[in-house]
Write a protein of this length. Sequence first.
Length: 187
Amino acid sequence: MSRRSYLLSLAACLAGAAVALYAITRTWSVHLTPRTGMSDLRDVQTGTDLQPWVTGLAVVALAGTGALLATSGRLRQAVGVLLSLAGLGVIVGAIAGRVGLDPGSARGGTTWPILCVAGGVIILAGGVTAVRQGHRWPRMSARYDRKPVPPPRSEPPTGEERDKSAAVADHRAAWDALDRGDDPTAG
């Protein structure tokens, strides 16, 4: 169950951010101003024109999805709180952007603000899931973590250790020869 909720939360945050980013950049309203003897003057506004900070919150949610992958434990839960707040901000911004428009200017359609709100809800759900269950999710492999350097030895190396370091030196010499442009296999 834990791995499934992890993958679903990642997918939800990613999809919600993508939907919100797409919807906020679409045309939310077209206001036509009639002019005598000429064509009507069109004023087109996207969601970004109305609420530019919603775009930033959607990008934060996108980056937060990557942070969910890279963190673990309490830090992952903190990222979940950040994602929840970003989702809530997208919802509030989309609603505020749509409410602030003239009712007659909805020729661009009300679909995009609703889709932006849906993206925010999806981000919020993924963030809440990360807050509630994030500490139980698997963490990234420690394969590439920095290994501690052992302290230097005070006793002289044994014969086997000397042979091993000589083999390493031979390999280095071959690479150095390649760097100089020499063929280490010729000869």
